[in-house]
Design a binder for this molecule. Structure first.
Ligand code: PEP
Length: 251
């Protein structure tokens, strides 16, 4: 049985003290979330070690938002997978559209980063999704299938046990526009089919596929009711502990 997960991507928001307070608020409310729903938060790099202390014993997972594509050495400003593990992370987000768009994250780079992350023992939340032009041209299935193939077809069925996919239509991120449940479900089903073609139906069936893009308490229930939507990657609404937990209670 695949896991249900609600993950919060804090992006470049909160100072360290604010982040610690937000993490404490999430932990305080996490006890009310059924045990079959995994909670993960992804604060900025600077917060990770402090937030890890707050999360100890809570069952809430800690994720980075990115990692370096190199192991170690003279790469000023980069953060390695070993650093993330030593700071207490169990996950890293990779391939978020903001990184693809503003920081030149390519599928090739994501293969390297995913390999390093898995090698260090991290689980990977791999983001995919089409932009508005691509959707208007009706290319969403092709774009997302290519992103999945370009990255994940380089890995093994065993590796897939530590891969979570997040479908995030770029036109829905931070815009207030959410994909309808039908639009999201048909892409999730397509992702599962692309995974099944390579790894077999059993493996594909066990992969958690999250929806991301203006997911909030008012629309989470309808999205999470879809058969191939296993939770959410939450941006803006994850900056409010009440909203984040309400979303986690929407299954
Ligand atoms: C995200 O950035 O991963 C995201 C889903 O953002 P938002 O929920 O704010 O659209």
């Amino acid at each position: 049985m695949r896991k249900k997960i609600v993950a919060g991507n804090w992006k470049m928001n909160t100072t360290v003290p604010e982040g610690v307070e937000l993490a404490k608020a999430v932990v305080a409310k996490a006890a009310g979330v059924p045990s079959e729903v995994g909670l993960v938060i992804a604060p900025p790099f600077t917060h990770l070690a402090c937030v890890a202390e707050v999360l100890k014993g809570s069952g809430v997972g800690l994720s980075a938002q990115n990692c370096a594509d190199k192991e170690k050495g003279a790469f000023t400003g980069e953060v390695s997978v070993d650093m993330l593990v030593s700071a207490g992370c169990g996950y890293t987000i990779l391939g978020h559209s903001e990184r693809r768009q503003y920081y030149g994250e390519t599928d090739d780079k994501l293969v390297t980063k995913t390999r390093l992350a898995l090698g260090a023992g991290l689980s990977v939340i791999l983001c995919v999704g089409e932009n508005l032009d691509e959707r208007e041209q009706g290319r969403q299935f092709d774009v997302v299938s290519e992103q999945i193939k370009n990255v994940l077809y380089n890995f093994s069925a065993e590796d897939m046990a530590r891969i979570i996919v997040a479908y995030e239509p770029v036109w829905a991120i931070g815009t207030g526009k959410t994909a309808t449940a039908e639009q999201a479900e048909e892409i999730h089903a397509c992702i599962r089919k692309v995974l099944a073609d390579k790894f077999g139906a059993g493996v594909a069936d066990d992969v958690t596929i999250l929806y991301g893009g203006s997911c909030k308490p008012s629309n989470a229930r309808e999205l999470f009711a879809c058969p191939d939507i296993d939770g959410g990657l939450i941006g803006g609404a994850a900056l409010n502990a009440d909203d984040f937990i309400k979303i986690a209670l929407s299954f």
